[in-house]
Write a protein that binds this ligand. Structure first.
Ligand SMILES: [Zn+2]
Length: 237
């Protein structure tokens, strides 16, 4: 029949394994979550760029149409110029041609600017598409692996839970409450081995009287310095 301390020590080794597995699950889940968010961000960026491109292309088409219209108008004005009869008509016609030419130049500049912007956006779209493809390829390989590992770890935890609960049930309620409290305060190490008269948690010397009490009666005693439960292996071990 194991003593309360031995049971507690065994319980702790299971709890530490549980903790390790739970942390591993959290790491995998955080990684999956990060991937999902990166993918969503990439898709959102692609959509935004695609919309911007669509808008720019529509505006570019409008300017192109306007340039064509103005060129036609310019041609009409030029041919009218060949048919003027008075000096006044000539001057007015020349002024119209000059105005048309300036307008076209300004529009063409705008057109060039839009063409450059469309080109820039298309470059960005290409980059994001590549990023997306890379992410999806990595996902294909790693998401499956991570999901399988998470499932396996959860199954392991489920399988070991019976053993853990049986051990926990065998420990006196008061002692277990103390164990749970120290465990949560001390980040997963509530029961420590005494090595050469020192606490295995904080390395402070444990009073010899406390050591004797533990060895003789199997009593639950805590380290006066760090409050962890002290476990002393019998000399025969
Ligand atoms: Zn200690």
């Amino acid at each position: 029949m194991p003593t309360a301390l031995e049971t507690l020590y065994e319980l702790q080794s299971i709890d530490l394994r549980f903790l390790e597995k739970k942390r591993e699950i959290q790491r995998f889940e955080a990684d999956l979550d990060k991937r999902k968010r990166a993918l969503a961000a990439c898709n959102a960026r692609l959509e935004e760029l695609t919309n911007t491109r669509k808008q720019l292309v529509a505006e570019r088409a409008l300017i192109e149409r306007s340039v064509n219209d103005q060129r036609e108008q310019l041609n009409a004005r030029r041919s009218r110029l060949t048919r003027v009869r008075t000096e006044k008509e000539l001057r007015a016609g020349e002024w119209e041609v000059k105005a048309s030419t300036e307008e076209i130049e300004a529009e063409e500049e705008k057109l060039l600017d839009f063409m450059a912007r469309v080109e820039e956006i298309e470059g960005q779209i290409e980059t994001v598409r590549k990023e997306l493809a890379d992410l999806q390829e990595a996902d294909h390989l790693q998401v499956k692996e991570a999901s399988e590992r998470i499932d396996a770890l959860k199954k392991e935890l489920e399988a070991e839970r019976g053993e853990r609960d049986a051990l926990a049930g065998a420990v006196d309620d008061r002692v277990r409450r103390q164990y749970d409290m120290v465990l949560s305060r001390r980040g997963g190490l509530a029961v420590v081995l005494v090595n050469g008269g020192s606490c295995g948690g904080c390395h402070m010397t444990v009073p010899p009287q406390t050591l004797n009490e533990i060895l003789e009666t199997g009593a639950v005693r805590v380290c006066p310095s760090c409050q962890r439960i002290l476990y002393v292996k019998p000399a025969s071990e």
